[in-house]
Design a protein around this ligand. Structure first.
Ligand code: UD1
Ligand code: CA
Length: 453
């Protein structure tokens, strides 16, 4: 039986106190709703319908690349009303599973357990035991069988004492769901059409309702404010780190790392404190990431060490490189093997071949550097003339002295040496020493100026 997933995401999320709609708030670098869509895909659902309302256009634009259906709920009249908006185009013979845009930690394994626990023609509701049931719908059972779910505000004292709560996640055959939703009323303390009333209707129609308990509350936690968002962030980070630990990655402190995207690690990777990984990052075997690094959409080759305090974006390093401390690799920096990039060096859109070194205080932009090159401290490629960017090419085994400006476009031939302090604006031949310096003079008897009274 195919599954149609309905994701409720029309609420405003007032308690976020933010201009950004609730379901777009980032969790581990991705919008809350993205996590729910990804989880839906993980269970193999093809038909996904998002019920939207508040922040409508912004939400739709953010997911323009996702193949999902959108159903507008112009007025938020309750969770049952919300699901109804999605039903018109939901195939009759599918099973419907209702998820929430603000419950992002739910795992696909748990949904599979829910499906396994109930027949295709039955109703399943995901529940959880909690010591703090306040505010949630309570699951009322008789002889162990689910009879209904009662909202906090509609519950009597006996019901309020129940510790099994409704997570909101419900599945049912689409055909039946449609007929129950059509019969909902808003005759309750909040004047809303409650999705949860479907459970009671199923019971009166003689349809089995299975209450399946989730293992932990964390996974089904709804996010309403920034405090809960931060709690969910920590919980998810813990989950991501534990998965990597199981693969053998060593974290100096699992609580002090942030993975905002996908981090792929080889064997024997070591990650020190306060490393932030964004987007798609891969770390080869035996890489070592020291403290306070930001690495975004980059590939770090085997055996490479990223020393402390680097900022690395859209870049690649080969094997056994050393980067940092305090280096910046900007988009298009590509280091081959055994390259060294030292402190206060910025590299942008440049390829640096095997064994070359840029160790101190340099800017290398729009440059191709050959093998075995040494770039002296404080060397700058002057790639920008105020209007256009120009290319610098530096051949194999070139030695550039300290404090050199290379004014692009320019070629430095293989094996050339460039004298320290030169401003080189014409290409330099291979194998020769080229330098450009004013003649050094000493002014005899020169006196420093004296401060006027
Ligand atoms: C709901 C359940 C409650 C359950 C709790 C779990 C109902 C009546 N109650 O309560 O039993 O314990 O979730 O967290 O279902 N939404 C819409 N349109 C609406 C109303 C809500 O899209 O008209 C969306 C919200 O954006 C949110 C979700 O549905 O993502 C849940 O709505 P919310 O108002 O938070 O329901 P609760 O009162 O928490
Ligand atoms: Ca809620």
């Amino acid at each position: 039986m195919d599954t149609s997933i309905v994701i409720l995401a029309a609420g405003q999320g007032k308690r976020m106190n933010s201009a950004l709609p609730k379901v777009l708030q980032p969790l581990a670098g991705r919008p809350l709703l993205q996590h729910v869509i990804d989880c839906s895909r993980d269970i193999g659902a093809h038909d996904i319908c998002v019920v939207y309302g508040h922040g409508g256009d912004e939400v739709r634009q953010c997911f323009a690349d996702e193949e999902v259906r959108w159903a507008l709920q112009a007025e938020q009249l309750g969770t049952g009303h919300a699901v109804q908006q999605a039903m018109a185009e939901t195939p009759e013979n599918n099973r419907v599973l209702v998820l929430y845009g603000d419950v992002p930690l739910l795992r696909s394994e748990t949904l599979i357990t829910l499906f396994e626990g109930c027949g295709e023609d039955d109703v399943g509701v995901l529940t959880v035991e909690t010591e703090e049931p306040f505010g949630y719908g309570r699951i009322v059972r008789e002889n162990g069988q689910v009879r209904k779910s009662v909202e906090e505000r509609d519950a009597n004292e006996v019901e309020k004492a129940i510790t099994e709560i409704n997570t909101g996640v419900i599945c049912a055959p689409a055909r039946r769901m449609k007929s129950w939703l059509a019969r909902l009323n808003n005759d309750n303390s909040q004047g809303e059409y409650y999705l949860t009333d479907v459970l009671g209707m199923a019971v009166s129609d003689g349809v089995a309702v299975h209450g399946i308990k989730a293992d932990n509350q964390e996974e089904v936690m709804g996010i309403n404010d920034k405090k809960q968002l931060a709690e969910a962030e920590r919980a998810l980070q813990k989950r991501l780190v534990e998965a990597l630990q199981a693969e053998g990655v060593t974290f100096a402190d699992p609580a002090r790392v942030d993975i905002r995207g996908h981090l792929k690690c080889g064997r024997d990777v070591f990650i020190d404190v306060n490393a932030i990984f964004e987007g798609d990052v891969s770390l080869g075997d035996n890489t070592r990431i020291e403290s306070n690094n930001l690495i975004r959409n980059s590939e770090i080759g085997a055996g490479t060490v990223i020393h402390s305090n680097c900022h690395i974006e859209d870049s690649k390093t080969g094997e056994a490189c050393e980067v940092g401390p305090f280096s910046r690799l900007r988009p298009g920096a590509e280091l081959a093997n055994r390259v060294k990039i030292g402190n206060f060096v910025e590299v942008k859109k440049s390829r640096i071949a095997d064994g070359s070194k840029v160790n101190h205080l340099s800017y290398i932009g729009d440059t191709v550097i050959g093998t075995g090159v040494n770039i002296g401290a404080g060397t700058i490629t002057c790639n920008y003339d105020g209007a256009n960017k120009h290319q610098t090419n530096i051949g194999d085994n070139v030695f550039v002295g300290s404090g050199v400006e290379l004014v692009a476009p320019i070629d430095i031939g293989a094996g050339a040496t460039i004298g320290a302090g030169s401003t080189i604006s014409k290409s330099a031949p291979a194998g020769e020493l080229t330098l450009e310096r004013a003649k050094q003079v000493t002014i005899p008897g020169w006196k420093p100026p004296v401060k006027k009274k």
